[in-house]
Design a protein around this ligand. Structure first.
Ligand code: SF4
Length: 346
């Protein structure tokens, strides 16, 4: 049964009215199938109105799994000695982007651990080459770097930057990312915005020690910072990390947070994350039916892909790209044609 207050909050959200932390908490704490259905339907109506039927494909090239950081949840953490490390050459990365263009992608996401070999100059040179040879939009996802690096890469032609907040709780952030602070993360996000990047953030749902209040704070931060893209996915424990014994996050909960985020943020890009597809083969579909409008297929060469082991099970579903396209069209959606920049608010 759908409670009156639940419906009123959904209607207010759909009209674009601000929702309080109590409202968000009320939406998230509902455990009724009918209410979940109403939440997902509302998110889908907002998605359709604000960003349309297109699903944008962003091809990810995971070009280095070397990382100087030691995040407790991540298989790439520097203390994980079991991981076979690799670093693709700039030539190999360039080949991947040529391939991305050939298969019709409009955006590449260049993602890595925090690998100091990729200096400001090396990455700038690579970005320039990609821009000379392709018409791809370039998203960088290479972690926290000095603002001068962000500036140089923007000048070289980078369009977007992904840097997830992971959690809006300063205490949880500091515990999970030793030696780093949420304040520094937000300083980086601010610098990126000021430089004119389209900026993506995101969180993990079900982190050990994460509270309901923390998740509400995540959504409020998404709204307040007006991010251009927000990746929301369940926490998945990696066996070679200190969180190996922690339970995985709940996919249903993660999809609900995505739906609420769609309602609250309107026209932002929301990916159906790979992590959603790991916990449930239907995970990406569920996300696409709850407000998501982006999929990020992995286009890293096969010989490296399995070593980008941030969490277990992170592989493409059988059929790779074809099955993704089939999924999108089976839902009556269309593949995004252009670069998929964020639409102006309607
Ligand atoms: S989350 Fe990012 S910064 Fe942290 S260990 Fe993994 S790759 Fe490195």
């Amino acid at each position: 049964m759908i409670r009156e207050r639940f419906l009123k909050i959904l209607q207010a959200g759909e009209r674009g009215e601000g929702l309080s932390s109590e409202d968000l908490d009320f939406l998230l704490s509902a455990e009724d199938q009918e209410e979940d259905g109403a939440l997902f339907q509302t998110a889908e109506r907002v998605r359709k109105e604000k960003v349309g039927n297109e699903v944008h494909l962003r091809g990810i090239v995971e070009f280095s799994n070397i990382c100087v950081q030691n995040c407790l949840y991540c298989g790439l953490r520097r203390d994980n000695r079991r991981l076979r490390r690799y670093r693709m050459t700039p030539g190999e990365i360039l080949d991947c982007t040529r391939n991305a263009m050939k298969i019709g992608l409009k955006t590449v996401v260049l993602q890595s651990g925090e690998d100091p070999w990729f200096t400001q100059d090396r990455l700038s040179g690579l970005i320039r080459r990609i821009k000379e040879e392709t018409d791809l939009a370039i998203t960088l996802s290479v972690g926290e770097r000095p603002a001068e690096d962000y500036r140089a890469w923007k000048r070289a032609g980078a369009d977007r930057y992904l840097l997830k907040q992971e959690t809006a709780s300063p205490a949880l952030f500091a515990r999970l990312r030793p030696g780093r602070t949420l304040r520094e993360r937000l300083d980086s996000l601010r610098a990126l915005k000021e430089l004119g990047y389209e900026v993506g953030s995101g969180n993990m749902v079900g982190l050990p020690g994460q509270t309901e209040k923390d998740l509400v704070a995540d959504i409020q931060l998404f709204k307040e910072w007006d991010f251009d893209m927000i990746g929301i996915g369940p926490f998945i424990p990696h066996p070679s990390t200190p969180l190996a014994e922690s339970p995985a996050g709940d996919l249903h909960r993660s999809v609900k947070i995505l739906a609420v985020t769609r309602i609250v943020t309107g026209n932002t890009h929301l990916p159906a994350t790979t992590a959603s597809g790991v916990l449930d083969p239907q995970g990406r579909k569920k996300a696409l039916l709850a407000g998501a409008n982006v999929i990020m297929p992995d286009i890293t060469p096969g010989k490296y892909r399995e070593h980008y082991d941030i969490y277990p099970g992170k592989t493409e579903p059988q059929g790779g790209m074809d099955s993704l396209i089939q999924l999108i069209t089976s839902l009556g959606r269309v593949i995004g044609r252009g670069a998929g920049n964020r639409r102006p608010p309607s």
